[in-house]
Design a protein around this ligand. Structure first.
Ligand SMILES: C[S@@+](CC[C@H](N)C(=O)[O-])C[C@H]1O[C@@H](n2cnc3c(N)ncnc32)[C@H](O)[C@@H]1O
Length: 355
């Protein structure tokens, strides 16, 4: 969870940047949202029927202005949408408009560049208008696309899952560093990922550690289904199991490595966010009164699932390092002072300990 950075993420004003910023309200819309010209030369009722899920007046992109009757080209649609997004206070209007236009048309970026003069088909125009409208309402691009790149691989996401954050790649880096420090990446390690969500951490580790096998645990059955799909799509399905469990309740085993990115936002901060901003499920965010509730539940049971000398790595909030380490010590684990990994912004993000 964390700071936006290039790729799709660059456009995501709702990321947990500076720890809480994903939860900041979206910028207010300026003026009336979207004009109603129908520049595509398509009968307006035809377009609106295609996009029946949204409020028609807010939908029709003013792609060329002035109610011109011919269809806009891809370039014109892009330009109009980017203008709307900029006017709406979106930080990366061109990037977002391009990603959403490619998504609406099904074109790759290369195809889009090569075919900028082609007319935008009406169905794609309606999809594009819907996407731009959602973006103007503050929805992250990754949620609209239903996919987020994490550690160089595409992960599907939906309403049941956290949108994987670039900062969580720090946890992956930490895991690969400790594995590299203790043996070969070819070792047949057993991994456990607590609160797996899209499965991004476990699946990435399985992809990077070709002989490892692992278990992803979550309370959400819907998230587990999606994680399973992601594992299959990314070619590690035969080495991954996904289990419904309340953290470590009922789990046993002798894992080499336990990783977890549990909810760690203090509850009052989650509740103060307002309904428009919460695009991530609350169960993925709410860490109880002080943000540490999940660590308190997980830590005492870790020795029961780690082999002797096994390692746990926790992602945490930037101001939680010492509290999480104390919980690990109190549970009989041995944190190492040098096991502290920072995100790209230099903020402490991951701590680790041995059983
Ligand atoms: C912060 S999200 C992390 C998701 C994913 N690992 C990632 O990094 O993008 C926390 C995850 O923990 C799950 N979770 C919350 N409470 C849980 C519990 N009691 N037992 C198991 N999983 C839980 C949520 O459903 C959510 O998927």
């Amino acid at each position: 969870m964390g700071e936006p950075r290039p790729f799709i993420a660059a456009s995501l004003a709702t990321d947990r940047s500076a720890e809480r910023s994903r939860l900041q309200p979206a910028p207010p819309l300026r003026g009336s949202r979207i004009g109603i010209a129908d520049p595509r030369g398509v009968r307006r009722e035809e377009v609106q029927a295609t996009a029946s899920v949204i409020d028609p007046p807010s939908l029709s992109l003013s792609l060329k202005g002035g109610g011109q009757s011919e269809r806009p080209t891809l370039s014109q649609a892009f330009g109009a949408a980017a203008r709307l997004l900029r006017q709406g206070g979106i930080e990366t209007p061109e990037l977002d408009a391009r990603l959403l236009l490619c998504h609406a048309t099904g074109l790759s970026h290369e195809d889009y560049v090569a075919r900028g003069d082609a007319a935008l088909p009406p169905e794609a125009a309606a999809r594009f208008a819907t996407s731009i409208d959602r973006r103007l309402r503050g929805e992250p691009v990754s949620r609209i696309l239903g996919v987020r790149e994490f550690y160089g691989r595409p992960f599907r996401l939906d309403a049941s899952t956290l949108d994987p954050r670039p900062d969580t790649e720090t946890l992956v880096e930490a895991a690969l560093a400790v594995v590299g420090g203790t043996g070969s990446r070819q070792a047949p390690l057993r991994l456990l990922d607590l609160g797996t969500g899209t499965g991004c951490i476990l699946i990435t580790l399985l992809a990077e550690l070709p002989r490892a096998t692992g278990v992803g645990v979550d309370l959400s059955h819907a998230a587990l289904r999606l994680a399973r799909e992601n594992a299959e799509a990314l070619g590690v399905g035969n080495r991954a199991d996904f289990l419904a469990s309340d953290w470590l309740e009922g789990l046993s085993g002798a894992f080499d490595l336990v990783v977890a990115n549990p909810p760690y936002i203090p509850a009052a901060e989650v509740r103060g966010l307002g309904p428009e901003v919460g695009h991530d499920p609350e169960t993925a965010l709410d860490g109880g009164p002080d943000g540490l509730a999940a660590y308190r539940r997980i830590a005492p049971r870790l020795k029961g699932v780690l082999r002797p000398g096994g390692i746990v790595l926790f992602e945490m909030g930037v101001d939680q390092t010492e509290a999480v380490r104390r919980l690990l010590v109190g549970s009989g684990l041995k944190p190492r002072d040098d096991w502290l990994w920072r995100d790209l912004g230099g903020r402490p993000r991951v701590v680790g300990a041995r059983a």
